[in-house]
Design a protein around this ligand. Structure first.
Ligand code: TRP
Length: 335
């Protein structure tokens, strides 16, 4: 019997460089990415081409790209173990997106709920890129023979489309693309808005008090939790519909301290909301302090950051080249 050398499963994920990330992004995504590095071959991308589907200020965009990269590293993404790069540094993403667009039906894209939402929110700029956004995302994923894609619920539909496109190509040309699976973290906390706790905490929320940013200073974090919306029942129980604000604080405290919900209820049940708010704030401050510190260190040396990203791009390009050749030859483009 021959032994097959074990291959670590390939993970691809990315975030858009649009504005700062929240505690929700950290607990729901970035912290999960960091642990995936232990037993996966990870690629983490700053998807700047995706960000262009909404009009961006050039200088702000450039700054946001580097800020997001610094934040990836500050959170614990390790450039020695994972490939971290800027999407626009690897032209194969746009190239494969074009090829895949010829295997994607307009009707499929019209059904994407994110397109429908964004078309409503940006009704003055419903550009073709906004429409084909999911095809570019499919290219990101299929370009690296990705096995698993950590995504939030809101991206599952895009991942299903990615699989449909891959299956369609495979049935025409034989095995061309590996079919990726979504990876929804079981332990990831669903952090909700501090002012409207029935909604997800979003980086685009209008009110500053609604969201804790990863880079917020301790006093800002404390203020936001102190002012968070609870209810007038004056009892600490976990009840998502009757007491969504309290449930959110309990969830955040658990995620930040690593405690279970039962422990949280034990710990807080005889206390008042003020105590829950203060202790949750403290736990989050402790959790984010080292991230903020590393971020500021990295920001002081832009040349070093750029060097890390150049290295990531080189590695990503090498990996993408093999797959591009495979795809081009299969469909009849001379390589
Ligand atoms: N669409 C994703 C989002 O808005 C970002 C993204 C682009 C992505 N390409 C990806 C996520 C590939 C995972 C894999 O969150």
């Amino acid at each position: 019997m021959s032994t097959v050398p074990s291959r670590r499963p390939i993970v691809f994920s990315g975030a858009q460089p649009t504005g700062q990330l929240t505690l929700g992004n950290y607990l729901g995504a970035l912290r999960h990415w960091v642990t995936l590095q232990q037993d996966h071959d990870c690629l983490f991308c700053i998807v700047d081409l995706h960000a262009l589907t909404v009009r961006q200020d050039p200088n702000e965009l450039r700054q946001n790209i580097y800020d997001l990269a610094a934040l990836y590293f500050a959170c614990g993404i390790d450039p020695a173990r994972s490939t971290v790069f800027i999407q626009s540094h690897v032209p194969a993403h746009a190239e494969l997106a074009w090829l895949l667009s010829t295997f994607t039906q307009i009707g499929e894209l019209e059904r994407m709920t994110q397109f429908k939402d964004k078309a409503q929110r940006h009704h003055h700029n419903i550009n073709a890129g906004l429409f084909t956004y999911p095809v570019l995302m499919a290219a990101d994923i299929l370009l690296y023979d990705t096995d698993r894609v950590p995504v939030g619920e809101d991206q599952k539909q895009h991942l299903e489309l990615t699989r449909d496109i891959a299956i369609r190509c495979n049935s025409t040309y034989g095995p061309l693309f590996r079919l990726p699976d979504p990876l929804i973290a079981v332990e990831a906390a669903r952090v909700r808005d501090l002012q409207e706790p029935t909604k997800k905490m979003s980086k685009t929320a209008a009110s500053d008090l609604a969201k804790v940013m990863i880079l917020d200073e301790p006093d800002a974090i404390l203020k936001k939790f102190r002012k968070s919306v609870t209810d007038s029942l004056a009892t600490i129980r976990y009840h998502e519909t009757e007491q969504p604000g309290v449930a959110n604080l309990l969830d955040i405290w658990c995620a930040a301290t690593g405690n279970s919900r039962a422990t949280a209820l034990d710990h807080f049940s005889h206390h008042q909301y003020g105590r829950l708010k203060n202790e949750t704030a403290d736990a989050v401050i402790t959790l984010l302090a080292p991230v903020r510190e590393r971020y500021h260190q990295l920001s002081r040396d832009p040349a070093a950051l750029q060097a890390l990203l150049a290295d990531g791009a080189t590695r990503a390009k090498e990996r993408a080249a093999g797959i591009m050749n495979r795809v081009k030859s299969a469909i009849g483009l001379p390589v």
